[in-house]
Ligand binder design. Structure first.
Ligand SMILES: O=P(O)(O)OC[C@H]1O[C@H](OP(=O)(O)OP(=O)(O)O)[C@H](O)[C@@H]1O
Ligand SMILES: Nc1nc2[nH]cnc2c(=O)[nH]1
Length: 183
């Protein structure tokens, strides 16, 4: 179904803001400090997981004052849906990742299948070390057996949008993180 601007604005009006702009800034500052300690002298490749990782990656790397390379990977399992399926690999990094330290950045760690599959693929590329960062970790007991190295905030198990995350393709551009009403 096509979403009208009125329907989308109603979704936003009725949503709950769970993490505001200032809380996101503080969380990113803390993550950047930890990442600097671990990777500041490693000449890492930062891999943005498109599309959701776009805004978090930009915000994180501007806090990292050491040499790094930037590339992206596009793997998606939700598409326009609110329930994930199998991972669809749409684009691979162009950088040679063999022997490199990698920092993978995403917006949300939900069940964990996306970051787990990307980490496994990176090991197959013979990267020397793989670190994972996410702004949001959703709290529930349906996780894979991995945990991201850097987490901005833990959030309740609702459908979220904003700060990289979409509601039916929209609202990735919001500065805060919102939960859909009654989700
Ligand atoms: O932990 P998981 O259960 O695997 O879910 C997390 C993934 O879901 C979202 O991506 P999505 O597939 O919606 O694509 P998008 O980044 O284009 O929104 C998000 O950006 C993560 O990559
Ligand atoms: N937009 C969005 N994408 C997700 N991918 C996995 N969980 C979520 C979520 O809560 N919101």
């Amino acid at each position: 179904m096509t979403n009208t601007i009125d329907q989308l604005n109603l979704i936003l009006d009725e949503a709950d803001c769970l993490v505001d702009e200032h809380q996101i800034d503080a969380a990113l500052d803390k993550m950047a400090q930890q990442i600097t300690t671990d990777l500041g002298d490693k000449l890492p490749v930062v891999l943005c997981v498109m599309n959701g990782g776009l805004i978090p990656t930009a915000a994180l790397i501007e806090r990292l004052n050491f040499p790094l390379e930037l590339d992206y990977i596009h793997a998606t399992r939700y598409g326009m849906e609110t329930e994930g399926t199998s991972l669809n690999w749409l684009s691979y990094p162009k950088t040679n990742l063999k022997g490199r330290h990698i920092l993978v950045v995403d917006d949300i760690f939900d069940q964990g299948h996306t970051l787990q599959a990307i980490s496994k693929w990176l090991e197959e590329q013979e990267s020397s070390a793989v670190y994972t960062a996410t702004v949001i970790n959703k709290l529930h007991d349906r996780k894979t057996d991995m945990t991201p190295d850097y987490i901005g905030a833990d959030v309740v198990d609702r459908f979220l949008f904003g700060y990289g995350m979409d509601y039916k393709g929209y609202f990735r551009n919001l500065k805060g993180i919102y939960a859909v009403k009654d989700s």
